[in-house]
Structure formats: C-alpha cells, structure tokens
Design a protein around this ligand. Structure first.
Ligand code: ASP
Ligand code: MG
Length: 484
C-alpha cells in the first residue's frame, strides 16, 4: 500500500484539487491491478491512504486571526470565517455534482467555521491565546480540506472516506509541536484504517493534527503534514510514502539561482537530512524519521506534472563516481571567531564558548577549529549575532583583559554553501575540485568544515559571492548535465 500526501499548494485551487483527484484515482486503479496480478510475487498489499494539508495559506490565516483575537481585534476572525466558507464551498460547487453530498459538506464547513468563530470569540474575551488553544484553531484548515477532498474523490468514482487524525495519531501534550506516542499510534492506525482499506475504501486523513490520549487536539508543528504521512506510513508498513508538492522532486540546487539545476532521481535519507539542515526546502529530518526507522522509501512528486518520476529517497543509493549530488546555501549568517595564542592547549575554551552561545539559544550551523588551536570560528544566524558576541565578551572578559584571547571578531553577511553527497565518503579530490572551481572565479573561501559523516563539505563565503559560488560548483560537478 502507498501513502500519498498532498501539500497546501496541491490543494490550493479548484483546478489543483481536481488534479489531485485524478492522480489518486489513477493510483487506486494501479494498486488494484497490482493486487489482482502479481500481488504474490511483489509481496505488496494493495491500498491507498491519502494525507492532506490545509488549502494553501489557510493555516496562516487561522493563526493570524487567533492572534488578532487575543489582541482584541475581532475583524480578522470574522473575515476569515466567511472567506474560508466561500473558498471551500466554491471548490465543492465546482467539483461535486451530487446535491446531497454538496449540502452535507456545506453543513460540515459551516459547523467547523462556527466553532472556529466561537473559539476566537473566547480568545478575545480571555485576552490570551494559549498554545493549546492555538492548536485547536490552527488545525481547522485540515479539518475542512480533508472532508472536501474525500467528497471530491467520491465524485470521481473513488470510494473514499474522511478520517480525523485525532483518532489515529496519539501525541504527548507539547502543544504546537507535539510528538507522536509510538506505542499507541500504530495500533490505533491499524485498527481504524486497515479494515477500511481492506474493504476498498481510500481514507483521506487530516495532516498536521493529532490528539493526546485524552483526546485534546494537538498539532505536529508547522509543515507537519509530511510528518503525519511518515507516521501513518510507518504505522501501516507502507511500501512507499509519496510527498506530492509543486516541484519535480528534489533539485540539485535552487533553480532560481542555478539555471541548469535539475531534479534528482534518487537520494539517501542521509543526503536529504543534510540538504534540509543546510536550508534546502525539502523534507525536514524529523519528518523523515519514522520512514527511516522503518526503511520505507519516500518519493517527492509534482502534482502539477504528475508523469514526472520525481525523486526517490531511500536508505542507500547507488554511489556515483564523483559523489556530489546537490548544493545548497544558508543565508543571513554571521561568522564569529574567538582567537588568541592563550588558547593553545588550554582545555575548556571550546566548551565555554559554546556554553555561552547556548545560553543565548543561538543555533550553531557550522564550527571549525584549526589544528594550531589558535582560533575557533563558528556560524550563527545573523539575528542572534549581536547577542552571541556580547555573551562571549562577558564569558571571556578575564582572558581578554590578560590578552590570552586577543579578539572576538565577527563578520556579518556571510553564507554557508553546502556541497552534499553521501558518495563523497572516501572519495579523494572532491574538496580540491570545489576549491579549484571557486579559485578560478576568484571567490574567497573564508572557512571550511567537513562533517565526519563526509556527506557534506560546507564553506563560508561572502553573501555577494554566494550565487556565483553555487553556480561554479554546480558546473564543476556537472550536476545539470544529466550526470545523475
Ligand atoms: N497546514 C499546516 C501548515 O501550514 C501543515 C502543512 O501544510 O504541512 O503548517
Ligand atoms: Mg506544507
């Protein structure tokens, strides 16, 4: 069986929802054909499970309205209620002919949105928005889009039924960023979903939301529908988890910067995690965890170009000779350097440095220390730069006064360029090729680091040279020439 997750843009308009229905209908047919034919040889069980996000932009509208309500402004939630009602009804009106079905949906939309309005009213009365309250409000979008998609599927001849993930994904009570309880969840999913699927029903499950053991609504964090899909896929031991989005899979580089960027056929879990860490808008590592643990392949596909095979993400890929698969960049960063001869052989400087950084709750994206031990440099987001430098000056006040540490310097407007590929492990010469490519174009490399996983090399360059650096490396490894 396969899990098919459709994101906000995939269900953003009447046309795209119509497209989604066709994609699901075709998959259902293929799965059914496979079940009759070679089910025994392939060992794959039939069935399709759909997970859906809120219509594009809806979650933001809901959250903004609730926040305004807490601040005493009631206009946004009133507007949101009527806007969202119309937006969902228009789709139903255009894609569902059956009057009874349409009327039922209309009542459902109306009830959910009335409840949303009541909630916002009480938020205004209280003058306070708790994370728990926000989870109820922000999950409303999926609780509208999933019944809508289920009905559209039925209108397309697919036997389909809406299921609220509050019945399936049991989480802790970390509202806004809840964690699924992996004892309770799989059993619930199997008990509720397998009988449905065995009788030929396609469940359409709300992404993003869950509930505590006591039934209090929670959410899995922004963008959490991917996570929902992976949790459900793992619980049901799916053959593949498909993430349907608006691009042809995972690209070798950002196509807005590197014109020749193309989508990759295959990536490993490790590579996709590195890409996400370095800012590429791909699957969040947390999202992928349930799939990785169960070794279930993922596939990123394009709702707007469904015949494209997309990118398959698996445990191990066939390694390529050069090993570089993709490049990405993290921007708006600051490089901070703690330097001085007094640091040589003195234990604890690094620990104190990063303690001070951690106290500012700053996220360190890269660290590098030369073996001369005369300096440590690391990269933090620009927004946290001042606070981190301030904290270090306090932490090392004595060492600075005694000149054991000569300076705590910082450089704004830098970018980390990350070169990613699991095949770089043990392949000599890759770093040299990267630096040659940059050297030829006179691009200065300010710092470098390679994780011991060897699945990435990251370099710090000036913001003004970052795009050129990306293009240079992409060219050198011929990532745009069908090399993958
Ligand atoms: N609708 C939720 C959000 O916008 C979840 C998702 O789209 O994955 O964050
Ligand atoms: Mg999304």
């Amino acid at each position: 069986m396969i899990v098919m997750k459709f994101g906000g843009t995939s269900v953003g308009t009447t046309e795209s929802i119509d497209g989604v229905a066709k994609i699901v209908a075709a998959a259902v047919e293929r799965q059914a054909g496979g079940a009759e034919g070679e089910a025994d040889q392939s060992g794959e069980s039939p069935g399709v499970l759909v997970v859906v996000s809120a219509m594009g932009g809806v979650t933001n509208t809901l959250i903004d309205a609730a926040q305004a309500a807490a601040a005493g402004d009631e206009t946004p939630y009133r507007d949101a209620r009527s806007q969202l009602l119309v937006r969902h009804q228009v789709v139903a009106g255009q894609l569902i002919e059956d009057g009874v079905e349409r009327a039922g949906l209309g009542r459902l939309f109306d009830n959910r949105l009335r409840e949303f309005e009541r909630l916002c009213r009480s938020i205004t009365v209280l003058g306070e928005l708790t994370q728990r309250g926000l989870d109820v409000v922000s999950g409303v979008g999926e609780r509208l889009s999933a019944p809508l998609l289920a009905a559209v599927l039925r209108a397309n001849g697919v036997n389909s039924q809406f299921v609220d993930a509050g019945e399936l994904i049991i989480t802790d009570d970390q509202f806004g960023n809840a964690n699924p309880l992996m004892e309770a969840t799989p059993a619930r999913c199997r008990d509720r979903l397998l009988p449905m699927m065995q009788s030929g029903v396609v469940p359409v499950v709300t992404g993003f939301v869950g509930a505590t053991e006591k039934g209090v609504p929670t959410t899995l964090g922004r963008g959490g529908s991917d996570y929902s899909a992976a949790i459900l896929g793992a619980a049901l031991d799916a053959d593949e988890i498909q993430i349907w989005t608006d691009v042809d899979g995972v690209m070798t580089a950002d196509p807005r910067i590197v014109e020749t960027a193309q989508s990759m056929e295959e990536l490993s879990y490790e590579e996709v995690a590195e890409l996400a860490y370095y800012g590429a808008k791909v699957l969040h590592p947390k999202t992928v965890t349930p799939a990785v643990e169960s070794k279930i392949p993922l596939r990123v596909l394009n709702t707007f170009n469904p015949s494209h095979p997309g990118t398959r993400i698996v445990e191990k890929t066939h390694q390529l000779h050069h090993g570089v698969k993709a490049i990405t960049a993290v921007r708006e960063l600051r490089l901070i350097t703690v330097a001085g001869r007094g640091m040589i052989g003195v234990p604890g400087i690094a620990a104190r440095t990063f303690d001070a950084v951690a106290r500012q709750r700053a996220n360190v994206l890269m660290i590098s220390q030369g073996s001369s031990e005369q300096s440590i440099c690391f990269v933090v987001p620009e927004a946290e730069g001042d606070a981190v430098v301030g904290a270090l000056k306090v932490e090392f006040a004595r060492e600075l006064a005694q000149n054991m540490i000569e300076e705590i310097s910082h450089q704004p407007d830098i970018v980390i360029v990350a070169v990613i590929g699991a095949g770089m492990k043990g392949t000599p010469g890759i770093a040299a090729r990267v630096f040659n490519a940059l050297g030829e174009r006179n691009i200065n490399v300010i710092a470098i680091a390679q994780g011991s996983s060897e699945a990435n090399i990251s370099l710090v360059v000036l913001q003004t040279e970052a795009d050129e650096a990306l293009r240079a490396i992409h060219d050198t490894f011929e990532l745009g020439n069908g090399a993958d």
